[in-house]
Design a protein around this ligand. Structure first.
Ligand code: SF4
Length: 483
């Protein structure tokens, strides 16, 4: 007779299990976070971690099955553990196969604002020599359709992109005509401060299904301080523009981005209240980028990363409070990290990828035809540092641009799995490689992570989110609802 159950000796014996790849780091003085290749995690005490690592766990240890089901170990009973782990890892890295999805056309450098934290060397509104030409746009469109990705996003940036609306129309129409042959899913987004918005633009966006991305830094006083403009009416124009866009294109057709300046640090709650008041359902808390014009004004706009982290934590606590009171509101960076922690899916967020998202997820066509590996790489070029220039649309082919030494070498050298400190870090599945940031701040694409603000920011945020989920189940439920 075949018994359904194994003998008691089987369950009492020391288990003969094998370890699957894992990394760990201390979460606090008592606990360790252990992660595997697919980003699944488990919290263990030091004793549990040591017994697991020394293969001293037995089947009746309470954590044995959890470690097994999350692919930290496998035993004779695990038929397909390795295959399952491989599928989850492949799913997490699937963005690599899709290759470049986001194509950014910088249609002009002209702008009507003079924001001190701007990363671009804007030009005055009448300097047409800083507009992209149709010839350059055509070359960019050719490259766009060589992407193997079936889903493409075309984003228009500036300067103030709407100051060259004629070229935006030209590109949209050329892309749509060509796409009759290619049949890709293409989304258009205009990044704009909304001040040049008029009925003609709204009507066009309505008929072509174009989305709007704008900037909103907080209250009227804060926004106008951060974003000076003749007439001091940047906030009024933004708010009126958001309202007009929603009326014509729909409530969810416009999103807003905020940049945290030194002044903003005082107002975490007020900034969120402003977003709520204007009907937004989320906010993306962004620290200032150390590129371009922002570097020249760092004394007035800059701050220490610890100050920003305090700001982030206070803002997140307030957002969680709002959710507890029944107001659904999401912090987008936290939601991105949560997706990486709690699901097997990639986020597509360029700054949190390894291999780095530059070039392989995003590409920038500057107004003058120069091609850059990311928006930050273009901003760096505004500081006369063209390290991440991949070529020129007027002279280089798709193959030359995407196999340029600088792109291949950078991606190869900066994969976290081979980077000092990252290679042993439990947060590899949740973090990313940002060679442009590290080149700009440390003059080293790989980066020295012990003194890197990028590392400090992500390590602090990931730890903070995991601690919140592990200590407060009601907060975990709220955070899970953001996915
Ligand atoms: S950058 Fe820092 S947090 Fe991110 S994987 Fe590397 S060591 Fe870990």
């Amino acid at each position: 007779m075949i018994s359904k159950f194994k003998t008691i000796d089987f369950y009492q014996s020391k288990s003969a299990y094998n370890l699957l790849p894992y990394r760990f780091l201390s979460l606090d003085s008592q606990r360790y976070i252990v992660t595997n290749l697919a980003g699944e995690y488990i919290i263990l005490s030091l004793d549990e971690l040591q017994r697991f690592t020394r293969k001293q766990l037995t089947y009746d240890d309470s954590i044995y099955n959890e470690l097994k089901s999350k692919h930290f170990l496998y035993d004779d009973e695990s038929d397909i553990a390795l295959e399952l782990l491989a599928v989850k890892y492949r799913t997490k890295q699937s963005y690599v196969a899709n290759f470049t999805g986001l194509h950014i056309f910088v249609v002009t450098l002209r702008c009507d604002h003079s924001c001190p934290y701007c990363q671009v060397s804007r030009q005055s509104e009448d300097k047409m020599s800083f507009d992209m030409t149709r010839e350059i746009a055509d070359k960019g469109i050719e490259i766009l359709f060589k992407s193997p990705s079936s889903t493409l996003k075309v984003e228009f940036q500036g300067g103030e992109s709407l100051l060259n609306f004629e070229l935006i129309k030209y590109i949209v129409e050329q892309v749509e005509t060509k796409n009759i042959t290619f049949g890709k899913y293409i989304k258009f987004v205009i990044a704009t401060n909304l001040s040049p918005l008029n009925n003609e633009i709204l009507e066009y966006c309505f008929h072509r299904n174009i989305y709007i991305s704008t900037s909103l830094d907080g209250s009227e006083k804060l926004h106008n301080t951060n974003r000076p403009k003749q007439g001091n009416d940047s906030y009024a124009k933004s708010v009126a523009g958001i309202e007009r866009v929603r009326q014509k294109l729909g409530q969810n057709s416009v999103s807003a981005l905020m940049t945290t300046t030194h002044e903003s640090l005082k107002y975490p709650r007020e900034i969120i209240d402003e977003y709520l008041r204007l009907g937004f359902k989320s906010i993306f808390l962004r620290s200032i980028s150390p590129y371009g014009f922002a570097v020249k004004t760092v004394n007035s706009t800059g701050y220490d990363m610890n100050e920003w982290l305090d700001f982030y934590k206070e803002a997140l606590a307030y957002i969680i409070e709002l959710n507890q009171a029944g107001v659904k509101f999401v912090e987008e960076y936290t939601a991105l990290v949560l997706k990486k922690i709690l699901t097997p899916y990639p986020t597509g967020y360029v700054d949190l990828q390894s291999p780095a998202g530059i070039g392989i997820s995003v590409i920038i066509f500057n107004y003058n035809g120069e091609v850059y590996a990311s928006d930050e790489a273009r901003m760096l070029a505004e500081m006369n540092d063209k390290t991440f220039k991949l070529g020129n649309l007027l002279t280089d082919s798709y193959e030359q641009i995407f196999t340029s030494d600088i792109l291949i070498e950078t991606i190869y050298e900066t994969m976290l799995e081979g980077v000092p400190r990252c290679t042993d870090c439990a947060f590899i599945p949740y973090c990313g490689s940002d060679p442009v940031y590290h080149h700009a701040t440390q003059n080293d694409k790989v980066g020295y992570k012990l003194t890197s603000d990028f590392c400090h920011k992500n390590m602090s945020i990931i730890k903070h989110i995991i601690k919140l989920m592990e200590t407060q189940p009601d907060i975990k439920t709220i955070l899970e609802s953001w996915l």
